[in-house]
Design a protein around this ligand. Structure first.
Ligand code: BG6
Length: 484
C-alpha cells in the first residue's frame, strides 16, 4: 500500500503504552513503507522534555521493544526524524497550546489523529480542550484506549463527553485484541470456509471455551489493576469481543457497520446473570504465594504492597447466548494472572457421535484456535489406531502453524490498528453501543461480587486457578483444555 502522510498526536507520550507498543508499531509501519516522511508523530505529555530528550527516550524504547531483525540504525534515525515532542497538559484547555498547534498541518484533508493514552478520567477534558482549541478538522479522529469507564454510568459519561466534540465516525475505541491477526482470522475461518460455518451451531457444537491465561503478575500496574480486576481489565473488552466474533451471525458485508451490528446482537443476547447465576456460574480468585517453575513468587497482596484487597486476578464464567444458533451451548470464559502458562485460545468442542459402533468411545472432535502464542489452528479427529490389532481409536490432530504456513512475521496488534485509525477505517474499532452492551452484561456480576454473592478464593501463583473453576465445567460434563 502507498505511504500516507498524517499528523498523529500521542497524549500520554511518556507512558508505558507509548514506549512499549505505539512507537515500535509506528517504526514497523515506517520500515514497511506505509508512512510518508512528512508525517509527524507528536508526543505530548506534561514532563518538561526537549525534543532531543524525547527522541533519546524513543530510541531506547525501539531498542528494547523492536524485534532484533527489524531494527536497523539508519531506519531508526530516519524514523526519529518524524518524532516530535510538546510539553503540555492536554486536559487543560486554558494553557498555551501554541507549541502543539504550530506543529499541526493546516491542510484540513490530511489525517490528524489524537491518541489518548492517559487515565480515562482525562478523556473528556482532553476532548473538550481539543475542541475548544478548534483542532478538529474533517479528517480528525480521536482514539480512546480501554477502559472506557468502570461501569455503565461512567462509560456513558465518557461517550457523551467525547461525543460533544467528535462524531461517532471520528471516535476510535481501540481494543488491541482486534488487532491480533489470529483474532481477525476467526472471521476468515468462519465465513470463508463453509465446512466450518455449516456446523457452527448448537446442532454440532457442545460447548466453547475461551481462555486468556497469563504468567505475569500485576507488576507495576497495581494502582490501576486493583481498581479494575480481571473482569473489567480483560472480559468487558477483549474476551467479549472474541466471544462475539466466535458467535456472531455472518455480517451482510465486511463493513464497519455490518460487522459491528452483528457483534452487538451477540453482546445483547448474552443471558443476564441473576444473583443465583452469579453464585453458581462464576468463580473469582486472587493469586497467593506459589512456585511457578519451582521459584517462589509472592502473592497478589505482596505484589500490590497492600494488607487487604478483594480484587480478582482470576475468573471463570459460564455464559449463555440466547439465540437460535446457540441455545444449549455454554460459553466458558476464563482469564487470570500468574497462571501456569501464557496462552490465549478458543476451543470449540463438537458433540459426540449419537451412536457408537466402535468398542472405544471416540473423544469428541475439537477445534482449537491458538490466538497466541504458537499462533495456529488445529482439529482433532478420532482415527483408527494403527498400532492396535483390534479396531481401536486414537486421536490424531490436523495442525496448522501460521508462522510456518505463511512464512511471515506476525505483526504486533497495534500496527494494523494505528494505520486503520489513520485511514479512518472503523471496522476493527468498538462502537459506542458495543461498549454499553458489554457493560450492561458485566455490571450485575461486578455488583454481585461486591455483595460477596460469590466469595473470593485464592490459588497458588503458577497454577490454573482454583478447583471450583474445574467444577464449573465438570457439572456439564466438560473439562478445560490445557497445553493445546
Ligand atoms: C491488557 C490488560 O489490555 O491486555 C493487561 O490491561 C493484559 O492486564 C493485556 O496483560 C494482555 O494482552 P496480550 O496481548 O498480552 O494478551
Amino acid at each position: 500500500s502507498e505511504a500516507v502522510a498524517f499528523d498523529f498526536v500521542i497524549v500520554g507520550a511518556t507512558g508505558d503504552l507509548t514506549m512499549r507498543k505505539l512507537l515500535p508499531a509506528f517504526y514497523e509501519c515506517f520500515r514497511r513503507g506505509q508512512i510518508d516522511r512528512t508525517t509527524k508523530i507528536i508526543g505530548v505529555a506534561r514532563s518538561d522534555l526537549s525534543i532531543q530528550d524525547y527522541r533519546v527516550k524513543a530510541e531506547e524504547a525501539l531498542r528494547d521493544f523492536v524485534a532484533a531483525d527489524s531494527y536497523d540504525d539508519v531506519t531508526v534515525r530516519d524514523f526519529l526524524g518524524l518524532v516530535h515532542y510538546v510539553s503540555l497538559d492536554m486536559s487543560d484547555r486554558a494553557t498555551d497550546w501554541s507549541g502543539l498547534i504550530s506543529l499541526l498541518s493546516t491542510n484540513g484533508g490530511r489525517p490528524r489523529v489524537f491518541y489518548v493514552a492517559t487515565a480515562p478520567r482525562l478523556y473528556v477534558p482532553t476532548a473538550d480542550a481539543i475542541g475548544h482549541n478548534k483542532l478538529i478538522t474533517e479528517s480528525t479522529r480521536i482514539v480512546l484506549e480501554k477502559p472506557i469507564g468502570t461501569d455503565q454510568a461512567t462509560a456513558a459519561e465518557i461517550n457523551d463527553g467525547v461525543g460533544r466534540y467528535f462524531t461517532e465516525e471520528q471516535i476510535f475505541r481501540i481494543d488491541h485484541y482486534l488487532g491480533k491477526q489470529t483474532v481477525q482470522n476467526i472471521l476468515a475461518l468462519r465465513f470463508a470456509n463453509p465446512i466450518l460455518e455449516r456446523v457452527w451451531n448448537t446442532d454440532s457444537i457442545a460447548h466453547v471455551q475461551i481462555t486468556a491465561a497469563e504468567t505475569v503478575g500485576v507488576g507495576k500496574r497495581g494502582p490501576y489493576y486493583d481498581n479494575a480486576g480481571a473482569l473489567r481489565d480483560m472480559v468487558q473488552n477483549h474476551l467479549l469481543q472474541v466471544l462475539s466474533l466466535v458467535a456472531m451471525e455472518p455480517p451482510t458485508a465486511f463493513s464497519a457497520m455490518d460487522l459491528r451490528d452483528e457483534k452487538l446482537k451477540i453482546l445483547r443476547a448474552l443471558k443476564p446473570m441473576s444473583d443465583h447465576d452469579i453464585a453458581t456460574d462464576t468463580v473469582r480468585a486472587q493469586y497467593g504465594e506459589g512456585h511457578p517453575n519451582g521459584k517462589l513468587a509472592p502473592g497478589y497482596l505482596e505484589d500490590l504492597g497492600a494488607p487487604t484487597s478483594t480484587t480478582e486476578t482470576y475468573l471463570a464464567i459460564r455464559a449463555e447466548i440466547r439465540t437460535a444458533r446457540w441455545a444449549g451451548v455454554p460459553f466458558y470464559i476464563r482469564t487470570g494472572k500468574r497462571m501456569a502458562s501464557k496462552e490465549t485460545t478458543v476451543v470449540v468442542e463438537f458433540r459426540p457421535q449419537p451412536w457408537a459402533i466402535f468398542a472405544d468411545n471416540p473423544e469428541p472432535s475439537q477445534l482449537v484456535l491458538r490466538i497466541q502464542p504458537n499462533e495456529g489452528v488445529s482439529l482433532s479427529l478420532a482415527s483408527k489406531d494403527p498400532a492396535s490389532e483390534q479396531y481401536r481409536l486414537k486421536e490424531a490432530v490436523l495442525d496448522v502453524d501460521y508462522v510456518k504456513a505463511f512464512n511471515t512475521r506476525y505483526p504486533d496488534s497495534y500496527e494494523d490498528l494505528l494505520m486503520a485509525a489513520v485511514r479512518g477505517d472503523q471496522v476493527l474499532f468498538i462502537r459506542r453501543d458495543e461498549v454499553e452492551a458489554s457493560w450492561r452484561w458485566i455490571e450485575p456480576i461486578l455488583r454481585g461480587w461486591e455483595k460477596n454473592i460469590r466469595p473470593l478464593e485464592t490459588y497458588p501463583a503458577g497454577t490454573q486457578g482454583p478447583a471450583s473453576s474445574d467444577q464449573l465445567l465438570a457439572r456439564d460434563g466438560f473439562v478445560w483444555k490445557e497445553n493445546i
